[in-house]
Ligand binder design. Structure first.
Ligand code: FE
Ligand code: FE
Ligand code: ZN
Length: 304
């Protein structure tokens, strides 16, 4: 097995230790990068940066030898620059994206994941046009250098970014392309209809349509649904329709060696994080049959 770099998971930013706690959590999983929300993903309320123990967190990052350029921030998913129907939502989303880029830089991070948006009935073309306009607006005056990574989506509802072509169409309309990237989500791409098992073929297709130079982040998830289901429900490694062997190929692929690789799999019974186990299996390349069972047992004990 090749040695995997920049492998981690989603982690939380919460009281009392805030960013210091975020970094500690990531290290406890054996991770060498991580992803977090700078506040609740469902809203845009954000605490001032100077209350979040960022200095302490960054000190630990330095000591642990983590490369800050591979740390990922996920923008809240209620933003929608693609909505051409509801008045004010576009302006609000643009303004918030600007602030989120500043916050990302405030943490010393570089990569910001953004769900492109949803067209809410107006059609993908109108949404793509407006999303690109928003990105241009935000990037025009940007001084942070944050890289906005558009996530490949499952295609549930009216999501934009369900195909490589839709992502490419957005990128094409943006001037400052050097500040754009793509976050490739294995669950979403499977659910959108791509053959996730054909790793080399899919990477070649990605390169043709978008360009591999934009591939900055891999979201590692198994899927609860079949290929093409347009659903977006993540599952633990080996428990979904994708399976460990295919996911391992993505994580160990030589073309993705410099990409940040982030697990977003569900917690066991909502109480125990699976990441330490999933990261260990991905690093060693060896799958542990029924690895979730002892954790489920443990979760039940904790619930008593
Ligand atoms: Fe996402
Ligand atoms: Fe994702
Ligand atoms: Zn998802």
């Amino acid at each position: 097995m090749s040695k995997v770099k920049y492998l981690g998971s989603h982690v939380s930013l919460a009281a009392p230790e805030f960013y210091l706690g975020t970094v500690k959590e990531a290290l406890s999983y054996g991770a060498d990068t991580f992803m977090f929300y700078t506040g609740a993903p469902q809203n845009t309320r954000r605490a001032p940066l100077d209350t979040l123990k960022i200095e302490e967190g960054r000190q630990l990052i330095l000591e642990a030898g983590i490369d800050e350029s591979k740390i990922v921030v996920h923008a809240p998913y209620i933003m929608n620059m693609g909505n051409t129907i509801k008045p004010g939502l576009y302006e609000g989303s643009v303004e918030f994206l600007q602030q989120e880029m500043e916050r990302t830089a405030g943490f010393g991070a570089k990569l910001l994941v953004l769900h492109p948006g949803a067209h809410v009935g107006a059609g993908a073309e109108a949404a793509i046009e407006q999303i690109a306009r928003g990105l241009n607006e935000v990037l025009e005056n940007d001084t942070t250098g944050t890289i906005i990574c558009l996530e490949t989506m499952a295609g549930k509802g009216t999501e934009v970014g369900r195909s490589f072509e839709e992502i490419a169409a957005i990128i094409e309309k943006v001037d400052k392309k050097e500040q754009l990237g793509v976050c490739f989500d294995t669950c979403h791409t499977n659910d959108a209809g791509y053959d996730i098992h054909d790793v080399d073929g899919l990477l070649a297709h990605f390169d043709e349509v978008i360009g591999l130079e934009y591939f900055k982040i891999l979201h590692i998830n198994d899927s609860k649904n079949e290929r093409g289901a347009s659903k977006d429900r993540h599952d633990n490694l080996g428990y979904g329709t994708i399976g460990f062997e295919t996911i391992k190929k993505w994580v160990h692929h030589p073309l993705l060696k410099d990409v940040a690789k982030i697990l977003e799999t569900p917690w066991i019974e909502k109480t125990i994080a699976p990441y330490k186990h999933e990261i260990a299996m991905l690093r060693s390349g060896e799958y542990v049959e029924n690895w979730r069972e002892p954790l489920e047992e443990q979760a039940k004990q904790l619930a008593k």
